[in-house]
Design a protein around this ligand. Structure first.
Ligand code: NAP
Ligand code: FE
Length: 366
């Protein structure tokens, strides 16, 4: 047994955790940039909770609310210019994974004045402004990971970066912010959280510690999964899914993701399928591919989910997400080529992954 484990993020989980820990949030800096999308930070109530604390504690802030779903390098570069001009000294990302991921990129760019945005992906920087994550989706767990996933139009895909400096210093995780999420987004984001736990469980980089988080998260997902499919979630389910999301983030911060995530980016880039749904549509064939090399873990996960077979579980996902889109021969070729950019995900998958296996997966999914 050999492992290391640790995340530098201090997590506050529970109802009204921002108001209850106002002093902690306010002590991070003296002028914040609050990074959000267009509507959800306000609609969820999270923005008001954060600004109430900053105003009560006499801290200055500016709001950048232009983060799109699947944030682009161009948008984070624009926000970083403003951050430098405004001389902010910490960044608060409020939203789903998109604003929280964007806040990490902005925190690095703002602290490294001459850095080109594409240099982020070299992971060569050594400083970033302190980051605070406030999730409003129960999905990415970005509040507890160092990762920032950005859209690169020049590469026709999404690329991630992250180092020890891009972990949020604090995560304020309050499931009440997810009450305003509609059915489609709730399902897609929850499936993302599940895939983090499940892919992290199978990952070559998994450890005995990440496995114990993963089995807890998979079991918790199983508890709310059927109610999620019917979209009959009560507050306890929302909290349960938020826990799955947070644990999923902690897990992948240690283990990384695998080829299901590496493939999902193609669905998102070319078909506009939301991130979590994209991963979920790949699960059936992904599980079947890995069954020969990860039988014990997959059987254990199915039992924790209360399912007797891969198909029983994948049928529940299909009830939530529908069927994967049919791909043309040309699309399969292109997706196979682009999936191979995701070298880390390939190497981290228990079944050996090469171009032929990826093509086989894309062909069997569509
Ligand atoms: P998202 O892209 O952040 O948000 C999706 C949509 O949901 C947006 O329209 C957003 O509105 C809305 N929304 C968010 N919270 C809401 C709420 N409480 N009520 C109503 N609407 C709400 O979705 P996400 O799935 O959380 O994040 C996906 C991104 O995270 C992808 O770019 C993915 O690659 C990345 N990701 C990162 C990690 C990581 O470790 N860092 C892991 C997995 C995925 P607004 O636009 O108004 O905000
Ligand atoms: Fe994900």
């Amino acid at each position: 047994m050999e492992f290391s484990f640790g995340i530098p993020t201090k997590i506050y989980f529970g109802k009204d955790c921002i108001a209850k820990n106002a002093g902690v949030l306010a002590a991070v800096g003296s002028k914040a940039m609050i990074v959000t999308g267009k509507h959800s930070a306000k609609a969820s109530g999270a923005l008001d909770d954060v600004t109430a604390v900053l105003e009560a504690k006499k801290k200055e802030y500016v709001i950048f609310d232009e983060i799109e779903n699947n944030p682009s390098v161009e948008t984070v570069a624009k926000a970083a210019d403003i951050a430098r001009a405004e001389k902010i000294d910490f960044v608060i990302g409020i939203g789903g994974g998109s604003p929280i991921d964007a806040s990490k990129a902005i925190a690095v760019l703002a602290a490294n004045a001459d850095m080109a945005v594409t240099d982020l992906f070299k992971n060569a920087f050594t400083k970033a402004l302190p980051i605070v994550g406030v999730p409003t989706t129960a999905g990415t767990g970005s509040e507890a990971t160092p990762y920032s996933v950005l859209l690169r139009k020049d590469m026709q895909t999404k690329v991630s970066f992250g180092t020890k400096d891009t972990y949020p210093v604090y995560a304020f995780v309050d499931a009440k912010y997810t009450y305003s999420l509609g059915k489609g987004s709730t399902i897609s984001t929850a499936v993302d959280a599940f895939t983090h736990a499940f892919e992290g469980y199978l990952a070559n980089r998994s450890t005995v510690i990440s496995d114990s988080f993963a089995t807890t998260a998979i079991k918790a997902f199983g508890k709310s999964m059927r109610k999620l499919a019917r979209f009959e979630l009560d507050e306890a389910d929302r909290e349960n899914l938020m826990l799955v999301s947070l644990l999923g983030g902690i897990i992948i911060s240690q283990t990384g993701v695998t080829i299901a995530h590496g493939m999902g980016y193609c669905y998102t880039y070319f078909k506009g399928i939301p991130h979590g749904a994209a991963n979920g549509l790949i699960m059936r064939e992904y599980m079947k591919l890995n069954y020969d090399v990860a039988k014990d873990k997959i059987d254990n996960a199915l039992s924790l989910l209360g399912c007797e077979s891969i198909d029983e579980f994948a049928d529940i996902l299909a009830e939530m997400l529908g069927q994967p889109p049919k791909l043309t021969e040309e699309e399969i070729e292109l997706y196979t080529k682009l999936t191979q950019i995701q070298k880390g995900s390939m190497a981290n998958t228990p079944h050996k992954i090469d171009a032929e296996v990826i093509k086989g997966l894309w062909s069997s999914i569509s």
